[in-house]
Unconditional design. Sequence first.
Length: 410
Amino acid sequence: MTQTPYHTLDAQGIRSLIAGLPDVATRLGGAPAQWQVREVSDGNLNNVFLVNGPVGEVCLKQSLPHVRVDPSWKMPLDRTFFEAAWLHAVLPLVGELTTECLYFDRDLYVLIVESLSGHTVLRTALMQGADWPGVAPRIGTFIARAAFGTSLLARPFEEVFTTRRTFAANLALTRITLDLVLDDPYRDHPRNHWHAPVLTPIVLDIRSSAATLLAVENLRRRFLSQPQALLHGDLHTGSIMSTADDTRVIDGEFAIYGPIGFDCGMFVGNLVLHYFATPDRAARKATVRDIAAFWNSFHEQFMGLWNGNESPPPGTLRPLAYGPAAHVAQQAFMDEILGDTIGFAGIEIIRRIIGYAHTADFDTIADPQQRATCRAGALSFAYHVLDHLSEFHAINDFLYYLDEQEFVGL
């Protein structure tokens, strides 16, 4: 039987690995015995460590042959490969809005990136009351640059198809998205759970609404059949590290080609979750402001890229050169992204309340009854959005309805 070189690394193994990587070792400085290794794993899937030396620090992530929080759930090891590939694809497009891939080991499935220990996970910062109005527009810029630059609007189809072939092999994590996000919450499944009986009638309404289930089915189909651009694939507030002035998108292991509005919707959905988890009117107004700033930034940046290159590479899809049809075509495309954004936002809210992987946002509410009421408000909002998806024609329609929820849970 052939023995695989893969093994999980402990602190000493990490030191030994990095000692053989001159560029990474130079970032740390000093000798391996001086390097401090600290585990900071907090996601569901991987082991994550910060390695600190006399000069600097790096972050090391290693795939496990199972889900980290559930060893009985076996998983292939290739997810760090896809994260490394995603970083190589988007870093030239987004620059300072993500991190640099310093090293990837194909045998150990180890990814080493620059450390962001001076930053805070955005979800944590929001829960602590941070009001950083620059973050949301930076995420809008990130998605616009990454999506446009990996799409047929910017590159010949031969290049795009070659890249798509790479990420089309990300089957295990795409299956997780399909099951946990787009399927399980809408039927009885042992992975589903919710915190309070008050949510059960809303769950039953969602599962019995023909309009909602049709919307979900359409979005599920679009997720699998509309490879518009390279997605991050899991762009929630836990996949963003930030300060007031610097924002980085991390954890691109779910990367796949799909509809651009999927990433937009994941981010917006998590801001809406924060909105309902914050029983403070001023904070809720700030979240409405942030969603508007995100969409406006995304729209402006994407359209600027689309219209800004007068000599695109041969073979790209561009607006028609003459007449009003160019503007009409662009508007239809952006309307499609907006519809996906709103729909996937609703889906993200639902799965984070009744599905397998919840968020910590509501944990800041001490009173259990109020916490349940706030969750019910978010779930009802998402239900309404999906049940009436065709009625949201602009981001302001979505925000107007959200702002009507100001007193829910207060």
